[in-house]
Design a protein around this ligand. Structure first.
Ligand SMILES: [Zn+2]
Length: 559
């Protein structure tokens, strides 16, 4: 037998969590057909000596619904080893849609998820009305696989029109929504998402349709999945609602995320205890953990997190020359000190979210501007103060002033504590993910969570093994979303594979790109260390470059 592709001499980390082993992987007709020591001919042999062969990453929470229409690779997720994305989260989606729903749905997606509206308008050619038609349209040309949830807001708008953003639904309307959800799941949508979040509105300030739903409406809609015996449910909510929906549907439910935050040091522990408790009771209600810290780099030209402190606010709003003068002035500095340096240990909790934590041990020098200060890179302000026997605020301001406010600092106050992240990432009760890929494109690059996990938490910190990290990135999401033919390197599985160097894999420094339709700018972050990325048995990327093929599918095979 002649294989299509034979990957030789790699270390196979198969996604199950079992120890990696040296072996080969043979592929034919899009599937893995043999794993182990494989001899035989192949049309193409990939030498993976020194590299790891693993299942591709399944990104379980994205907003690529619009972007995938103009960008079938879902950039920049594909460069981070992602071979399948789940779209349609948070009640949002572009199907079903009457012609007159197109602009409102685009507006809600744009506003809630911070995607430039002009990009959606310029990039999306609407060729569908129903969910089955949307899935078929996607299936024409995909680089990676897409698993679609049906967004409740789209369904509600389709049935109720403008009233979807104004009132509760009638029984007949709920029945009509149920029929649409049934039709969508039968055609291959992997589940349903809803969301009641009062910050989710359109460009006119009207709430997204899903916000107007009662508990009864939601429980009635999720019962369709119970009837069909397949699909998952995603929403943002508390554990009471998580439990209710899990009980009503009998299906896997994703209802929130656990975040370690320096401002509320014990909250993650309480949330983890709750999540573990619920799962131990036997209800499939999961919370996500994002392995990446928030993108919180700043300079004293741009920082906003001091704005809740009165003297700081005035200084940070002043033009740069005056600002520098104020930082130098001993009297002003004394006031700044009083506000920003705590006299108690630990510092009192901030009164409002986003307020400065006064944790100088969590403010790091990310990039010094001057050659002579390079030695400070990666050190916390508290650490430098101790070394230099100086006050923390003097260290911070003197360094910034010396470098003309160009010093880049980093706050590591979210998902950065080693002990917390060790507990959260290694708990069998948490699910890694929720990147929001395709959303918040001007600010965030959380689509790099997989490469960050492999580089930072596995290689640099050693808090979980490579095998366990791969399992969390592939087999677990595949299993929970019922995609039973993905997420493992085993004969019979779809050949979604990544081949990478475990010593170098990781995200690169983010930059900017003006490549959205209509010319809007977004954050761009690429990765290093990947030799090949295969989707359904074809090499999609080679050394980080698209080979020109489009082997992706709508992932319709699920239970
Ligand atoms: Zn979301």
């Amino acid at each position: 037998m002649k294989y299509d592709i034979l990957i030789k001499n790699g270390k196979v980390i198969d996604g199950s969590g079992l120890p990696g082993f040296y072996g080969d992987v043979a592929i034919s007709n899009g599937r893995i057909v043999a794993v182990g020591r494989v001899n035989g001919e192949a049309k193409r042999v990939l030498d993976a000596e020194g590299l790891v062969v693993a299942p591709g990453i399944i990104d379980n929470h994205t907003h690529y619904d619009a972007q995938v229409i103009w960008d079938p690779l879902c950039e920049f997720s594909c460069y981070h080893g992602v071979t399948t994305v789940v779209t349609g989260n948070c009640s949002l989606g572009l199907a079903p849609a009457h012609k007159e729903d197109q602009e409102p749905l685009a507006g809600i997606l744009s506003h809630v998820e911070a995607i430039p509206l002009e990009a959606i308008r310029a990039g999306v050619k609407w060729s569908w009305e129903t969910v089955p038609e949307y899935l078929d349209a996607l299936d024409q040309r995909l680089g990676i696989n897409v698993a679609c949830l049906i967004g409740h807001s789209a369904v509600r708008r389709y049935v109720m029109g403008e009233a979807s953003q104004e009132r509760e639904a009638t029984e007949e309307e709920i029945d009509a929504m149920k029929a649409l959800i049934r039709e969508g799941i039968e055609a291959g949508a992997v589940g349903l998402s809803f969301e009641r979040n009062f910050r989710h509105f359109d460009w006119d300030g009207k709430l997204a349709p899903a916000n107007l739903a009662t508990d009864d409406e939601i429980l009635s809609l999720v019962s369709v999945l119970d009837e069909l015996g397949r699909g998952v449910i995603q929403f943002g909510g508390d554990k009471e609602m998580g439990l209710k929906v899990a009980k009503a549907s009998g299906r896997p439910v994703f209802y929130g995320n656990i975040t370690q935050q320096a401002v509320a040091p014990n909250r993650w522990r309480e949330q983890l205890d709750q999540a573990e408790d619920m799962l131990r009771q036997g209800y499939r209600a999961y919370q996500f953990v994002m392995p990446r810290p928030g993108d919180l780099r700043y300079t004293l030209k741009t920082a906003q997190h001091f704005d809740a402190l009165p003297t700081w606010k005035g200084v940070m709003l002043a033009p740069l020359d005056e600002r520098k003068k104020a930082f130098r002035d001993p009297e002003t500095r004394a006031k700044l000190h009083k506000e920003a340096v705590a006299t108690t240990d630990p510092p009192p909790a901030p009164r409002q979210p986003g307020e400065f934590t006064r944790r100088w041990d969590l403010q790091f020098v990310f990039k010094p501007a001057l050659e002579k200060n390079q030695g400070l890179q990666g050190k916390s302000i508290a650490e430098i103060a101790e070394e230099q026997n100086k006050d923390v605020l003097d260290v911070f301001l003197d360094l910034a002033l010396e470098e003309d406010l160009e010093t880049e600092f980093e706050r590591r106050e979210v998902n950065s504590d080693d002990n917390a992240m060790s507990a959260l990432l290694s708990s069998p009760y948490t699910v890694v993910g929720q990147s929001d890929g395709g959303a918040h494109v001007v600010f965030r690059t959380d689509y790099s969570y997989g490469t960050y996990l492999l580089a930072h938490w596995v290689r640099d910190k050693g808090i979980i093994s490579l095998e366990e990290a791969i399992r969390k990135l592939s087999f677990i999401p595949a299993s929970l979303f019922g995609m039973l033919d993905r997420g493992l390197v085993r004969p019979g599985m779809a050949a979604d594979l990544i081949v990478f160097d475990p010593d170098t894999v990781g995200p690169l420094e983010p930059g900017e790109s003006e490549d959205l339709p209509g010319g809007a700018t977004r954050r761009k972050q690429l990765a290093q260390g990947f030799e090949w990325t295969l989707v359904n048995g074809e090499v999609l990327l080679e050394k980080g470059e698209h080979t020109g093929v489009y082997p992706g599918r709508v992932a319709r095979d699920f239970v």
